[in-house]
Design a protein around this ligand. Sequence first.
Ligand SMILES: O=C(O)CCC(=O)C(=O)O
Ligand SMILES: [Fe+2]
Length: 230
Amino acid sequence: MSLIQSPHYMRDMVNEFDWLAHLKASPLGQDQLRCALSSLSTQDMVAVPCLEKGVCRVLVRLVDALPFRPARPVTGSSTSPVFQDFQLCYDVPVTHALWGLAESLGRLFRAALSSDSLVEAPTAFRFNDLIVQRYTAGCRGISPHRDHARYVVVVAILVLSGDGEFCVCQDRSGDAAVEVPARPGDLVLMRAPGLRGAGRRPFHLLRNVTRCRRTVGLRYDVEKGAGGLK
Ligand SMILES: O=C(O)CCC(=O)C(=O)O
Ligand SMILES: [Fe+2]
């Protein structure tokens, strides 16, 4: 029996969480989010508190039950390789609690984006692309890169555990790297095409992981059909 089919895993395929209630109690309200999103017109990234530590701990337990695989050590093009040293799960079942979180956060984002002139054009923003990444202590992280242009408006990285320096940098060399400090429970927001005032997609990197880092990457892939969840 595969992990996904095991009874233990089924039990954890939660709607154990009322995410809306959690998010209402969370430090991330509509005003904070609007403020953070508007700050992305003048900076590449910003981190905002999002989840309580206790919720992070539960999510760590849930994500560790997922089937991870190693990331491809080298990705990108031959002229612009990106080096990766982490594990990932990109097949999170649609019934998993994380999709509930993505849905609730997406609603919060859509409301924040519509009530202000933050976007270049009206958007059906939602988080339809979800990836869990796990970086063991001492791994090399991910070298300077830009997220794909099909991920629009804003990319959100939720830090669940551990550390690591998540930096914005000037180019592929990693020059002028500036850390965007983020602790477990924080949501790092990165500007993407379609956000008003946004220039080019920011280069960024992750390095210096000394304690197991787990993140959930939430993106709006404009090329994915409107029908399914993913
Ligand atoms: O997991 C993270 O902290 C973000 C890594 C990243 O930039 C990416 O996967 O594109
Ligand atoms: Fe990235």
